[in-house]
Write a protein that binds this ligand. Structure first.
Ligand code: CP3
Length: 344
């Protein structure tokens, strides 16, 4: 962790302190909506960018410099861990991530390697380069994918709308699902603790596809592992638990005892905040599609969220999910300005 931060608004909010305005960063802020991202992307593949610490640092710093964010997020991907476990991963333009060797049988699952930290050394190296560049300006967030979300990519082999193969596995061979989930969970504990040891200032667990599950399946195949992971983390830095579907699953998300729960846009943020135990903070929850709208609308919908949190301790402004690549950069910049000019 950085010894002294020049801007510690994000950390104070994550530790459920009252702040003069909410800190702001956006999930997927280091990405394709910035023309500067494309200048780099046109020269390298996405995985090359992730695996070359200097380039990962350059991309991490783009939104920091262009938008003056209150936190940086490591440029990487949740799929670098399943790749290190043996997944043959590629990112195809317009198609998204693809594993050419989906994991669907016991044989496939037994081949998954869990002792993979050495293969992920490039992440540790990137964190060090980024922290040198940040030089205490703002905190750096590290992250990993939650086991269920990672499992869904390993099983489907690509992005999916209906999670058919994943659900077939959960229903037909829950033992195999648990075997794979446990392997991912073990690795995720080591991976996040490595990021914390190397120097990130906070970590976020991304359970992007939890919303595909029923309450009981979420409890059994997702929540149980998230809880296990968070209970084994080095808690010297704040832990954020993000879940798409948090409007429904918030009571379970709270049970994992993170410092911050990060919610999507379905729920009223004040209502969820009021259900949190003392000392737990909340992050969210603008619908990212608002950022396609006119500036007047963007401002009104942002202020609506911020005003509703007046008097609350521990609020980090963010989107309810990642920013889309074709959102106009100017609108994103404007959203940052609106939040940064606000004072409680
Ligand atoms: O937040 C950040 O800016 C930091 C970097 C980051 C990326 N992916 C970069 C990325 C983070 C935190 C992620 C997390 C991630 N990756 C999640 C969880 C968050 C979420 O949005 O739900 C998920 C589900 C993934 C898996 C993934 N990686 C997908 C589905 C895709 C393709 C998406 C698409 O829109 O095409 C990626 C690729 C990816 N990860 C890109 C970036 C900048 C685009 C790569 C490119 O330039 O083509």
């Amino acid at each position: 962790m950085s010894t002294e931060l020049k801007n510690d608004l994000f950390i104070r909010a994550a530790l459920a302190e009252q702040t003069e305005r909410p800190p702001i960063w956006m999930m997927r802020q280091a990405g394709r909506f910035m023309p500067e991202y494309w200048e780099i992307k046109n020269k390298y593949s996405f995985l090359e960018m992730c695996k070359t610490p200097e380039i990962a640092a350059d991309v991490t710093m783009l939104p920091v410099d262009l938008l003056d964010t209150d936190a940086a997020i490591l440029f990487s991907d949740i799929l670098v861990t399943p790749e290190a476990m043996g997944g043959d991963l590629s990112f195809e333009q317009g198609v998204g991530p693809r594993f050419s060797n989906p994991v669907r049988t016991w044989e496939d699952a037994k081949r998954l390697d869990v002792d993979v930290l050495p293969k992920l050394k490039y992440v540790a190296d990137a964190i060090q380069v980024i922290q040198q560049r940040l030089n205490g300006r703002i905190p750096l967030i590290g992250f990993a994918g939650a086991p269920f979300t990672i499992l869904s990519y390993l099983v489907e082999g690509s992005s999916t709308k209906d999670f058919k193969n994943t659900k077939l596995l959960l229903n037909n061979d829950p033992e195999l699902a648990h075997y794979i989930l446990q392997k991912i969970a073990d690795l995720t504990v080591d991976y996040l603790n490595m990021q914390i040891a190397v120097g990130v200032d906070a970590v976020q667990l991304f359970d992007s596809w939890a919303s595909a599950l029923s309450w009981n399946d979420y409890k059994e195949f997702s929540h149980a592992y998230n809880q296990q992971i968070i209970s084994k983390l080095n808690r010297s830095v704040p832990v954020i638990s993000f879940c798409k579907g948090a409007s429904v699953f918030a009571p379970l998300l709270i049970e994992t005892n993170p410092n911050v729960i990060s919610i999507d846009w379905n729920a009223d943020i004040r209502t969820v905040k009021n259900s949190l135990p003392e000392g737990m903070a909340i992050q969210g929850n603008l619908d990212p599609f608002v950022l396609y709208a006119d500036k007047k609308v963007i401002k009104a919908k942002i202020l609506n969220i911020i005003e509703s949190m007046r008097g609350e301790k521990g609020f980090i402004f963010n989107l309810g999910h990642g920013i889309m690549p074709d959102i106009p950069f100017d609108n994103v910049k404007y959203a940052f300005e609106v939040v940064k000019e606000f004072r409680y």
